[in-house]
Design a protein around this ligand. Sequence first.
Ligand SMILES: CC(C)(COP(=O)(O)OP(=O)(O)OC[C@H]1O[C@@H](n2cnc3c(N)ncnc32)[C@H](O)[C@@H]1OP(=O)(O)O)[C@@H](O)C(=O)NCCC(=O)NCCS
Length: 305
Amino acid sequence: MQIKDLRYTENFSLSQFTSLGFFTTSIHLPPIHSPPTTLSHIHLCVVTTTNYTEEGWPRVKGRRTVNMAAPQAEAAPNQETFVLVRTTLPRQPFPASATRPAVTTDRLILRPFSPSDLDALHVLRTQPEVMVWTGLGRADHDLAETQAKLNLYLPPNDATTFNCAICLRETGEFVGAGGCHNRTSSVGWPEVGYMFKEEVWGKGMGTEFLKGFLQMWRELPRKEVTLRVDHRTIPKSVPENGGEAKVVEEQLIAVTASENDKSQHVLKKCGFEHALTWKEKDSRDITGETFIALPTYRYLLGRSE
Ligand SMILES: CC(C)(COP(=O)(O)OP(=O)(O)OC[C@H]1O[C@@H](n2cnc3c(N)ncnc32)[C@H](O)[C@@H]1OP(=O)(O)O)[C@@H](O)C(=O)NCCC(=O)NCCS
């Protein structure tokens, strides 16, 4: 690792970066025209190339920002404080993947995963520029690690996951993966995620996928449930229910990294709204001193977009 520009060095050690295991070549801190006043305002960015945003933070390709104290973020979700709500959810088990029809959008096919997707999924999951934005934060080490991931989408695990292989309609080429991999996200609601090969970024495919997926999700058979959720996800407009569990419109959640502008843009274009931003310790930092800020978006299923 090569450090090109390290202007604010007080109180942190290089080991905090190297322990993150990044693939990148340099670290830039905010430019001199907007110097942070305290360490808690310093965003530490591991970058491959850089220019600067209007606020003075590096705009980079393949970055992951580590915010030392995530000062704007709220506390991490704590299940002990979750509240019970009455809502709906897709029936579980989900329809078996063998029975799920492929869905086509203008340019994409969203189809169930098959065991033969392993190599293509491995290509996707070994692109550092993609993986840096995922919860794992790094490329898969080997094919076995990708196989374990793929297994989560294949029978019998398709009973609890609803993920799609995303392919180009014209050629059938596998370009991405996305869907609901987590029935009870950190905040209690089901969670959607997606990732595309870097070669196809910036062509509107993320947005096209998510709109198509929302349609598939919306069409799943539903049942009424009581669910424990983080109260911060409940819209303020939801009225009290005489001391009983509030009746809350069903949600689908997406958790992003604070600097993942592209993904947040995709979410907003598809009708998601910001619910909260919370912080958690970066699991890759062995010192346990770095936090990441996680803007969390909700999609209210009653919407027509
Ligand atoms: C996030 C991801 C799916 C986006 O896919 P994509 O096909 O490039 O997305 P789209 O082209 O549909 O939309 C990107 C939008 O963000 C906008 N955008 C790009 N860079 C931006 C930035 N720095 N700030 C704000 N918006 C930005 C684009 O202009 C585009 O909006 P537009 O269609 O209105 O012009 C893709 O980059 C990816 O796979 N990233 C790695 C994995 C990942 O981040 N997954 C999401 C985890 S929450």
